[in-house]
Design a protein around this ligand. Structure first.
Ligand code: ZN
Length: 154
């Protein structure tokens, strides 16, 4: 797709990922790099976007002991065993679905994280620093998730 007179191109892929548990940090950097290579775009912006309110996108370091710390942090900021109005199905009437799950803690944890990250693309390379990896952060439970990767550039 060509946008306007600058010959800006756009490439979009939707990644389907089944998570194991919440919280879980899943390094999706290689998948984002692969989508960028497939796009043929060498200079521009790469947007990585979660289509969910209980699964986030965040850039941080992929170090196993640190990941334990980060999982601990999100779990303790909004513990699953606290009371959440969103989980009171006797009162709640909005956005109720057949398999509605009590996930108030997951939404509150998501408030601290991001729905998307934007990464500069220069000379065909994502401009991630040495210790920067792109994570899908599951905050609920094992679920199928969709992550949209949109590359804009020339
Ligand atoms: Zn919910």
């Amino acid at each position: 797709m060509v946008l306007g007179a600058l010959n800006v191109k756009m490439h979009v892929e939707t990644m389907e990922i089944v998570t194991d548990r919440g919280p879980q940090f899943i390094d999706i950097t290689p998948d984002v790099v692969a989508a960028t290579v497939r796009s043929g775009i060498r200079n521009g912006l790469v947007v990585v976007f979660s289509k969910h309110t209980t699964a986030a996108i965040k850039i941080n370091e992929n170090e196993p002991e640190l990941i334990k710390d980060m999982e601990h942090l999100v779990s303790h900021v909004a513990p699953a065993d606290q009371y959440y109005h969103h989980n009171n199905f006797d009162v709640r009437t909005v956005n109720m679905v057949e398999d509605e799950c009590p996930n108030g803690h997951s939404h509150c944890q998501h408030l601290l994280l991001n729905t998307s990250e934007t990464i500069p693309l220069l000379d065909g390379k994502l401009q991630l620093g040495t210790w920067q990896s792109i994570f899908l952060v599951e905050l609920e439970r094992s679920r199928p998730r969709q992550v949209l990767v949109q590359i804009l550039g020339i």
